[in-house]
Design a binder for this molecule. Structure first.
Ligand SMILES: *[C@@H]1O[C@H](CO)[C@@H](O)[C@H](O)[C@H]1NC(C)=O
Length: 402
């Protein structure tokens, strides 16, 4: 009798589905593999998660064998689709959004906002670095969690208390420089800065800021107008590391140095892409490797002042960028292609980062079941830009091609 009760209890436990944002699969996972709410969505071989939306719901890992068929390099550059044949990216993007998931804690830091997230999934946990905002300015925070439902309750490690130090630091990007066996945090501090750490789980291990340039490069000061130099982003191919940044004035800049020499020797930047209307090419660029292509997204300011992202692709990081989904009505992500359950908590889809398929300097993403952590804000918020109450939410692709 007792034994059968125990067995029954065990069976019931196994049959119960995981909650929204709970784990529902992964190597070694012995818990629920169905979802009470949401769709069990593959993240990587170690982690599947119940996410809102109906798209791409499968626990089966996507085939991770990158297509080795090189894009036929005919010179007819009329592929406005951005050559999806070699990237498997969908021709347009469609997303569903979570509610606001991560915001400031009520603590002595009295933050107005959490912003500009960088995210990786590593060793069974998400690791998020974000800007902290108060009207006096910006610094950085690190948090780690195993499911998004628990993220807002996780410990916030304020990085001004580490060798990164206090003062203006914002818009972090985290990655693992595999050839150096070292984590990098790239961020803005008035210049393009970085810190390094041997152990991503140890916030105190970050080194003091160093900069990629001795001062603002001449081409940026010549073009920046009344903008700001922001949102540095590093991505490396097999030979070189490239540093992208924007100026809030219609220019995306790119520098490079050899993979072997990184982080030293950054070249003077060139303008990678520009627009005479600064709102159409504003800030927060991300560049990813997907299949045989590179995907560039840039945050823009829409007709009603709301933020959204345009996208481009290129077969090379130094190459010409071809518009992919580059209008407000057909964006990478914006109010027009993001669905919410209930009243949207934000009409801005602003600065964020894709959850990558690995953590290294190649910034590789999968076109399957894409997820993008972004910042949004109540449509009724107003006031001092630095004190606006930005929160973080998660987009999940609803038209996953695989
Ligand atoms: C996160 O937790 C804080 C309390 O520490 C709370 O005020 C806030 O509403 C929570 N959620 C978000 C998305 O900020």
């Amino acid at each position: 009798m007792l034994r059968s009760l125990v067995v029954l209890a065990a069976v019931c436990h196994v049959l119960a589905g995981a909650p929204l944002y709970g784990q529902c699969g992964g190597t070694g996972w012995t818990g629920a593999t169905t979802c009470d709410s949401g769709v069990c969505t593959y993240s990587n071989d170690w982690y599947s998660q119940c996410l809102p939306g109906s798209g791409g719901g499968t626990t089966a890992p996507p085939t991770t064998t990158a297509t080795t068929t090189k894009a036929t390099t005919t010179t007819t550059a009329t592929t406005t689709s951005g050559g999806s044949a070699s990237s498997n990216l969908p021709s347009t993007f469609k997303w569903s959004s979570s509610a606001a998931l991560i915001g400031p804690h009520s603590d002595s830091h009295n933050l107005a906002a959490l912003k500009d997230p960088s995210i990786i999934f590593y060793n069974g946990a998400y690791h998020v670095f974000a800007s902290t905002a108060v009207s006096a300015g910006y610094n950085l925070v690190y948090l780690s969690f195993t499911d998004f439902g628990a993220a807002n309750a996780s410990t916030y490690h304020y990085l001004d208390a580490t060798p990164i130090g206090s003062g203006y630091r914002a818009a972090p990007q985290v990655f693992f420089m595999a050839p150096q066996n070292l984590w990098y945090l790239v961020y803005q501090n008035g210049n393009a800065a970085y810190s390094t750490n041997k152990d991503i789980t140890n916030p105190a291990g970050w080194s003091a800021p160093k900069t990629f340039y001795s001062s603002m490069p001449a081409i940026i000061s010549q073009n920046i107008g009344s903008g700001f130099w922001v949102d540095m982003w590093v991505i490396c191919d097999s030979a070189n590391c490239h540093l992208f940044s924007e100026d809030d004035n219609g220019h995306v800049y790119r520098s490079d140095t050899s993979l072997a020499n990184f982080p030293n020797g950054m070249s003077q930047p060139v303008i990678a892409i520009s627009d005479s209307n600064r709102n159409n090419l504003f800030e927060a660029s991300n560049v990813y490797k997907v299949g045989n292509l590179y995907l560039l997204i840039v945050e823009c300011i829409g007709s009603s002042g709301r933020r959204y992202f345009r996208s481009w692709t290129s077969s090379s990081l130094t190459g010409t960028w071809t518009a992919k989904t580059a209008t407000e009505s057909n964006p990478f992500a914006g109010a027009s292609n993001v669905a919410f359950s209930g009243t949207p908590w934000t009409q801005d889809i602003s600065h964020g980062e894709m959850i990558r398929s690995n953590v290294d300097q190649t910034m590789t993403i999968s076109p399957c079941n894409m997820r993008y952590l972004y910042q949004g804000i109540s449509p009724t918020a107003s006031g001092d830009y630095n004190a606006l109450p930005w929160r973080l939410g998660l987009l999940t692709a609803t038209n996953s091609p695989c």
